[in-house]
Design a protein around this ligand. Structure first.
Ligand code: AMP
Length: 528
């Protein structure tokens, strides 16, 4: 049996009713705040995430699903180009089916005679050192006893100088050919903010002023799967982004987004949430903080986990992401960003808090909250929910004032969030059964009455009724069983007599009450 891949799962009915319930409710809320939907592709150029999320983040350094699109075709293009130009008369070519030359295989793909000598020729759009070591080994193993072979690497990618020197030392012949469409490294999106900002830049959305955009869709991270953590999971997110002149930096926007989230969670009946709020300052504040952190970490980092030892050097702020229990007492002693906030950041943060107080949204300041992405500036936040256990963050977000510029775009301050929809659904009090709309009517056609029944179903569905249509081969008893199983409120029997009289027997399955209803009255009667 083929099963869903580890970390992925099927969402099945009736649970999907809960997902639809959530999505319909959030779309309503977004509408009230004048947000509009954006849909970006689920895969993007890898570079977007390495630049837009940050090389040093867990997401980019270890969790992305990345592949080289068109690698095989590019390998084949290299092969074809070289072979057609170089060895038109080669004997070895006669029996070769290029499609089956398996350019991806680490074995030498072909043996070609050139100038009467046997050559291993290997075609790749790109070679790496490990590739080469495997090839060399394979070549040595398969050379005829005592025989000589000449290894040629034919590639479309420029071979880096140090690698080239090593190859030449080994007597390898390197040939570079050009191909029309080199492969592209692409990645399944691990989050959606980078994609939205890419679209903002690409389509010059800043010309429209302030953009208020939301998205709902799957995201992909190669994390260790556990309850509430999946490799394909769903996020509902929104971004407020625009040129500074459109007010995109205003603390009023931060507060509005936070108040909207409180409204959204309340609306879904999730009342026991906790809003944790922090400011991570401007890049200038952060630079000072990073210096201080680096100094503070120097004497202690050796006692910390491997990740923290690396972070202490490359990106000390990320130490606050550490979940290793043994490291926590050390982290507790580190300086906090709050001590390094400049005047502007301080004022901005105070203004956000003032508005939240004025609209009555409760929050807690958490000065350890730095969030997983490098480009967050100033406001950073998370909503947690007690019932979720270890993975208790339902949503997270913050400001990313420098992100557009980091991606080569214009200044476009922004603030956004992403809700984990999987976790949101888990925290609902609502049940799937409770939100599922069951059939109003099960139509049971008697023998030969499928056509009449279909006509009636069509009429009733126009009145926004949910109709389950049976089959005229079913005996009445089976139709009743099917109607009960489907949870229908009424069963409606369509027989020859009923059609002639243009009036039908309508039975309430819960009360057992049965009435004869004229065709024209049916919809009104069923709607009650
Ligand atoms: P982040 O983009 O990491 O800030 O994540 C935002 C929200 O997405 C989190 O608060 C979680 O609710 C949810 N989330 C992140 N990663 C996963 C995952 N692997 N599985 C399920 N939900 C996730």
């Amino acid at each position: 049996m083929i099963k869903a891949v580890r970390g992925t799962r099927d969402l099945l009915p009736p649970d999907t009713a809960l997902w639809n319930f959530v999505e319909a409710a959030v779309r309503d809320v977004f509408r009230a705040y004048n947000f509009q939907e954006i849909r970006t592709p689920i895969f993007e150029a890898t570079e977007l995430f390495s630049r837009g999320v940050g090389e040093e983040t867990d997401i980019v350094s270890k969790e992305m699903f990345t592949w080289e699109d068109g690698a095989r075709a590019a390998d084949y293009a290299v092969f074809k180009k070289w072979i057609t130009s170089r060895v038109p008369g080669s004997k070895a070519l006669a029996g070769i089916d290029p499609e089956r030359a398996q350019p991806q295989s680490p074995q030498p793909s072909l043996i070609i005679e050139i100038d009467g000598k046997e050559n291993f020729a290997v075609f790749r759009h790109r070679f790496t050192l490990p590739d080469y070591r495997l090839l060399k080994l394979a070549g040595e193993q398969s050379a005829p006893m005592g025989g000589k072979f000449q290894l040629r690497l034919v590639t479309a990618d420029a071979v880096p100088d140090d690698f080239r020197a090593l190859l030449l030392d080994d007597g390898v012949i390197i040939e570079e050919v050009s191909i029309d469409s080199p492969p592209q490294s692409v990645t399944l999106r691990p989050e959606n903010t980078a994609g939205v900002v890419r679209a903002y830049i690409q389509h010059k959305l800043g010309d429209r002023g302030l953009n208020k955009l939301y998205y709902i869709g799957p995201q992909f991270r190669r994390e260790r799967p556990q309850k509430g953590r999946y490799r394909q999971f769903y996020q509902i997110g929104a971004e407020v982004i625009g040129p500074p002149s459109a007010g995109s930096e205003s603390p009023a926007r931060d507060a509005e987004v936070l108040e909207m989230l409180a409204t959204l969670l309340d609306r879904l009946g999730i009342s026991d949430w906790n809003l944790e709020l922090n400011s991570v300052g401007t890049p200038a504040d952060r630079a000072q903080f990073n210096d201080a952190l680096r100094k503070a970490l120097e004497p202690v980092s050796a006692k910390m986990c491997d990740d923290c030892q690396r972070r202490a050097v490359t990106n000390p702020l990320r130490v606050f992401d550490c979940k290793v229990p043994a490291d926590q007492p050390i982290i507790e002693t580190l300086p906090r960003i709050t001590q390094f906030l400049g005047e502007d950041s301080r004022k901005h943060f105070d203004a956000v808090q003032d508005i939240l107080k004025s609209v009555g949204v409760e929050f807690h300041i958490n000065d350890r909250l730095v969030r997983g992405l490098d480009y967050y500036t100033r406001t950073a936040f998370e909503f947690t929910h007690g019932a979720l256990g270890a993975q208790n963050a339902i949503l997270g977000g913050g400001r990313y004032d420098g992100l557009s510029e980091a991606l080569g775009g214009p200044a476009a301050p922004g603030i956004g969030f992403a809700i984990g929809e999987d976790r949101l659904v888990m925290s609902l009090k609502e049940t799937a059964e409770g939100v599922l709309r069951k059939p109003d009517v099960y139509i049971a056609p008697m023998s030969g009455m499928n056509g009449e029944a279909a006509r009636l179903a069509r009429e009733l569905r126009r009145h926004d009724l949910v109709i389950e249509l049976g089959d005229d081969t079913f005996r009445l008893k089976k139709s009743f069983e099917a109607a009960t199983k489907a949870g229908a409120k009424y069963i409606l029997i369509v027989g020859e007599n009923e059609v002639k009289a243009d009036a039908f027997a309508l039975k309430n399955l819960a009360t057992g009450e049965q009435v004869q209803v004229a065709r024209g009255e049916l919809a009104r009667k069923i709607q009650g």
